[in-house]
Design a protein around this ligand. Structure first.
Ligand code: ATP
Length: 772
C-alpha cells in the first residue's frame, strides 16, 4: 500500500470540491421544489372544504360527497408523499456533502475499451445532465469490484451479463466535512490501513456501518442471492451483525421496486442489542426494518394469556443451579422440549386430536349457552377424518356462523331489541331513515319500517363480537387441548422422564405459566391446530445470534414462515447450551433443505491481535479463527485475595479510563453475580448496572451478565471472577469465551482462586500474570 503524492491529493480534493458544489446546487433546487409543494399542501389543507362538494340531503349526494372528499384527500396525500421523498433526497445529499465517497477504482473494460474512474459512496449522485454518475452507490453492481478485487483482472455481474476488465487503480479516502483527511492507494487487499484506523477507534454505544471497508468474504454474504437459507457461521467479531445489516440495506436497494422495510424482519437477541444496531440502516439512508426478539414474537402470537418466561430467566436458572439441581426436572424439561423429537411427538398428538379430544368452548349469548361445546365437538368429529384439523375448523366456523345467522332471525322481534334501539345514536337513526326510503323505492309490496332497520342494526352489533370470536376460532380451547397431551395421552414412544415432565408441565399450565422451553412448542401446537395464518408480508427473515435457538425453536420459525428467505448468523463458539449444538442450523444445515448455502467467516476484527490470540486456544468449536493484525496490550490475569476485589476493580477501571477506554464492561457470568459486584462497588465508583429490561447503554463503567453482552462490544472488559469455581464446564467455556471476546482493546481477568481451566489451554506467553 502506498501513500499517494501531494499533486494527486490536490487533484482529488478539487474533485471533492466540485462534487460538493454540485451537491449544493442540487440541494437548492430541491429546497425550492419542496417549498413550492409545501405551499400547495398548505393551500390544499386550507381550501380543502371549499373544493369539496358537501351535500348530504339525499343518499346519492352523500355518495358524491364521499367521492369528492376521497379525491381531495388523495391529492393531499400525493403532494405530501412527494414532499417526503424530496425530504429524503435532501437528507441523502446532506450525508454525501459531509463525505461524498470513500473509494475509487479505475476500471478498464475489455469490450468497451473505456476507462472511467468510478467513485463509490453511500448513495448515487448524478451529474447535471443526469447521464453520468459522479458517485456510485456502494450497492450498485459495478461497486462490487471495489470489495472483491485488488488491482488486476476483475469482473462483475450486471442483471444481464458479466463484465470483465482490469482494475488499474484502487484508492481509499477518508473524507470528513468535505476535506480529504486520508488517502491510500491499495496494492494487495482493500482496507488494511483504513480498517486499522476504523478498528483502532473507541467502542461506540451504537453500531456503525462498515460500507467503506467491507471485506471480500463479507461481501459474499451481503450480495448473496438465490438461496432460501443463507447460514453464516462466524467467529466472534468477524462482522456477522455488520454484514447482516449491510445485507438488509443491499436487499432494499437491489429489490427496491418490490421490497420495502416492512417485508424484512430482524430477530435480535434482546432489546439492548436492538437499540445498539438501530442507527446503522438510517445512517445508510434506509428505513429501519421490523425488529423483534423471539420472546416478543411469541408473546404476540400466543393467544392464551400465559406468562412467558424470558430466555434470560431460563439461563439464570441453568447457570445458578446447584449440583443437586443438575439433574432437576427443569433441566430434563429443557432437554425434552428443545429437541426436534418433541416436535414429532406433538405431530403425533395432533394426529390423535384429529379423531378425538379437542377441547371446545360454549358459545354463549346474553348469559345463555347458544351452542354447547359438546355440539361443536360432535359436529367437528362428524366431519371426514381425511380433512386436516384447520380445514375442519373452517367448516365448523362456517356452520357456526350460519347457526348464528338463524339465531339473529329468532331474536329480531324480541322486546329487548327494541329497548336497545334507544341506545343507538343520531347517525344510526338518520341512516335507517335513508335506507328505509331507498328500499321503499324498490319494494312495492311491502312498507319498510325504520324500526325494523334499527332492530337489524341492534342485532348486527350485538352479535358482531360473537361472530368475530368464531372467525378467530375462539371456540377452540387451545390451552385445554394442549393440556390433554400431558394428562390423557400416552405417546407410542414416550421421551425419557415423560412422567415427571407431564406432572411438571401440567402444574405450569394450571398456573398459566410457560417456561421458555415450552413457549415455542406451544406456539407450534397452536399453529398446527388452528392453521397458520401465514404472514406473507415477511419476505426476508434475518436471525442474529442464531446459535441460541434450540432445534425446536428454529423448526418452529421455519414452520411459521415457510416462504420467507432467511439469513441466519451466529457463532457456535458462543452457544449457551451445549445440548442445542447438534440440531442448531449453524452446525447441521440439513442437506434436505431446498436451497441453502453456508458461509464461514474466520477473520476476527473486533479485538486486538493479543486478545484474539488469547481467546482462540479455548474457543469451543473447531472452526479456524484468524486475528486481524491490530496491536495492543496482552490480556492481564490478576491473582488476588477475594477481600481485595472491590479495590482492584476500582483501581483497574480507573486505570483503563485514564488510558482512553470510554466503555468498560465488568462482565459477569450471571445476573446474580452482577448484583453482587454492583453492591460491592456501590459508593466506590460510578457505574451502570444493565439488566434485561435495558434498551440502551451509556458510555462509562457497566456491570452486566454475559448473556446481555452478546453481540455488543466495549473498549475494555474486566471479568471479575475468572476462577475455576465460576467457570468450569463446557457451557462455562462458551460463556467465558463470549465475555472475553467483547473486548476491543483491553482484557483484564481477576481471580481469587485457581483460574478457569480454559486459561491453562493458552500458552503462557500470550498473557501477563500479576499477583497482588
Ligand atoms: N469490514 C469491516 N470494516 C470495519 N469494521 C468491521 C468490519 N467487519 C467487522 N468490523 C467491526 O468489527 C466489530 C465486530 O463486528 P460485528 O459485531 O458485526 O461482529 P459479530 O461477528 O456479529 O460479533 P459477535 O458474534 O462477537 O457478536 C465491529 O466493531 C465492526 O464494526
Amino acid at each position: 500500500m502506498t501513500s499517494t503524492n501531494n499533486h494527486t491529493r490536490e487533484e482529488e480534493q478539487l474533485r471533492v470540491d466540485r462534487v460538493i458544489h454540485h451537491i449544493d446546487q442540487k440541494a437548492e433546487k430541491i429546497i425550492a421544489r419542496a417549498s413550492s409543494i409545501k405551499e400547495s399542501v398548505i393551500e390544499l389543507r386550507k381550501d380543502f372544504w371549499e373544493d369539496v362538494t358537501v351535500n348530504i340531503d339525499e343518499p346519492d349526494d352523500v355518495i358524491e360527497t364521499q367521492a369528492s372528499i376521497k379525491q381531495q384527500a388523495e391529492l393531499l396525500t400525493q403532494k405530501e408523499q412527494s414532499h417526503g421523498k424530496l425530504d429524503d433526497e435532501l437528507k441523502t445529499l446532506k450525508r454525501l456533502r459531509e463525505s461524498p465517497y470513500f473509494g475509487r477504482i479505475d476500471f478498464h473494460e475489455d469490450i468497451e475499451q473505456t476507462q472511467e474512474p468510478i467513485y463509490i459512496g453511500i448513495a448515487s449522485l448524478m451529474d447535471n445532465s443526469d447521464e453520468d454518475f459522479l458517485v456510485y452507490d456502494w450497492r450498485a453492481p459495478i461497486s462490487s469490484l471495489y470489495y472483491d478485487y485488488s488491482p488486476g483482472e476483475a469482473q462483475y455481474e450486471t442483471m444481464e451479463e458479466t463484465i470483465s476488465g482490469e482494475i488499474t487503480l484502487k484508492r481509499q479516502f477518508i473524507i470528513q466535512q468535505g476535506i480529504i483527511n486520508g488517502m491510500f492507494d491499495t496494492g494487495v487487499t482493500i482496507g488494511d490501513r483504513l480498517l486499522q484506523e476504523v478498528l483502532g477507534n473507541n467502542a461506540s454505544t451504537k453500531m456503525k456501518s462498515i460500507v467503506a471497508t467491507i471485506q471480500k468474504e463479507q461481501n459474499r454474504i451481503i450480495r448473496n442471492k438465490g438461496n432460501q437459507y443463507l447460514i453464516v457461521q462466524g467467529a466472534a467479531g468477524s462482522g456477522k451483525t455488520s454484514a447482516a445489516l449491510q445485507r438488509i440495506a443491499y436487499l432494499m436497494y437491489a429489490y427496491r421496486d418490490i421490497l420495502s422495510a416492512d417485508n424484512i424482519v430482524l430477530l435480535s437477541p434482546n432489546p439492548l442489542f436492538s437499540s445498539y444496531i438501530a442507527n446503522v440502516l438510517p445512517e445508510l439512508g434506509e428505513t429501519n426494518v421490523r425488529q423483534t426478539t423471539f420472546l416478543d414474537f411469541l408473546e404476540n402470537q400466543i393467544r392464551h394469556p400465559f406468562t412467558i418466561e424470558s430466555p434470560f430467566e431460563q439461563m439464570e436458572y441453568v447457570m445458578t443451579r446447584t449440583n443437586q439441581q443438575n439433574d432437576s426436572i427443569r433441566m430434563k424439561n429443557i432437554d425434552c422440549k428443545s429437541d426436534l423429537s418433541f416436535m414429532r411427538l406433538l405431530d403425533g398428538f395432533i394426529d390423535h386430536l384429529n379423531t378425538q379430544d379437542i377441547q371446545f368452548r360454549n358459545i354463549t349469548f346474553r348469559g345463555e349457552v347458544l351452542i354447547s361445546k359438546e355440539q361443536i365437538s360432535d359436529y367437528f368429529y362428524s366431519l371426514d377424518e381425511t380433512i386436516t384439523i384447520p380445514n375442519k375448523l373452517e367448516l365448523v366456523a362456517r356452520w357456526l356462523l350460519q347457526e348464528i345467522r338463524d339465531q339473529q332471525q329468532n331474536e329480531l322481534d324480541k322486546d329487548w331489541v327494541l329497548e336497545k334501539t334507544e341506545l343507538l345514536d343520531k347517525e344510526d337513526y338518520q341512516d335507517a331513515f335513508y335506507q328505509a326510503q331507498k328500499q321503499a323505492e324498490h319494494e312495492t309490496n311491502e312498507v319498510v319500517h325504520e324500526e325494523s332497520i334499527l332492530r337489524k342494526e341492534v342485532i348486527k352489533r350485538v352479535f358482531a363480537p360473537i361472530k368475530k370470536k368464531i372467525k378467530e376460532y375462539q371456540f377452540v380451547h387451545t390451552s385445554a387441548a394442549y393440556q390433554r397431551l400431558f394428562t390423557d395421552w400416552t405417546p407410542d414412544e414416550p421421551p425419557e422422564n415423560w412422567e415427571a415432565i407431564r406432572t411438571y408441565t401440567t402444574a405450569n399450565l394450571a398456573e398459566n405459566f410457560l417456561p421458555w422451553e415450552d413457549a415455542a412448542p406451544y406456539l407450534y401446537f397452536q399453529h398446527r391446530l388452528l392453521g397458520t395464518p401465514h404472514d406473507r408480508s415477511v419476505r426476508y427473515l434475518v436471525v442474529d445470534e442464531a446459535q441460541d435457538y434450540a432445534g425446536f425453536q428454529f423448526a418452529c420459525i421455519k414452520h411459521i414462515f415457510p416462504n420467507a428467505r432467511m439469513t441466519l448468523l451466529g457463532d457456535i463458539n458462543q452457544a449457551i447450551y451445549s445440548y442445542m449444538a447438534d440440531e442448531n442450523p449453524l452446525v447441521a444445515a440439513s442437506p434436505e433443505e431446498a436451497s441453502y448455502e453456508k458461509i464461514t467467516l474466520t477473520k476476527s476484527y473486533r479485538s486486538t491481535r493479543q486478545i484474539a490470540e488469547f481467546t482462540i486456544p479455548f474457543a469451543p468449536g473447531n472452526e479456524m479463527i484468524e486475528p486481524f493484525n491490530r496491536e495492543g496490550n496482552k490480556p492481564l490475569l490478576i491473582q488476588q485475595d477475594r477481600s481485595n476485589l472491590a479495590k482492584t476493580l476500582v483501581a483497574e477501571a480507573n486505570k483503563l479510563r485514564k488510558n482512553g477506554s470510554e466503555t468498560i464492561g465488568i462482565i459477569c457470568k450471571t445476573k446474580q453475580e452482577s448484583s453482587q459486584v454492583a453492591s460491592l462497588l456501590k459508593d466506590k465508583i460510578a457505574f451502570t448496572q444493565i439488566d434485561e429490561s435495558a434498551s440502551n447503554f451509556p458510555k462509562g463503567l457497566l456491570i452486566l451478565p454475559v448473556y446481555l453482552a452478546k453481540g455488543i462490544e466495549m473498549d475494555a472488559v474486566i471479568v471479575p471472577d475468572a476462577s475455576k469455581e465460576r467457570y468450569s464446564n463446557e457451557t462455562d467455556r462458551t460463556l467465558f469465551y463470549t465475555a472475553c471476546t467483547r473486548a476491543m482493546h483491553e482484557l483484564i481477568m481477576l481471580t481469587a482462586e485457581k483460574p478457569a481451566p480454559f486459561i491453562s489451554e493458552v500458552p503462557q506467553e500470550k498473557y501477563q500474570e500479576e499477583r497482588r
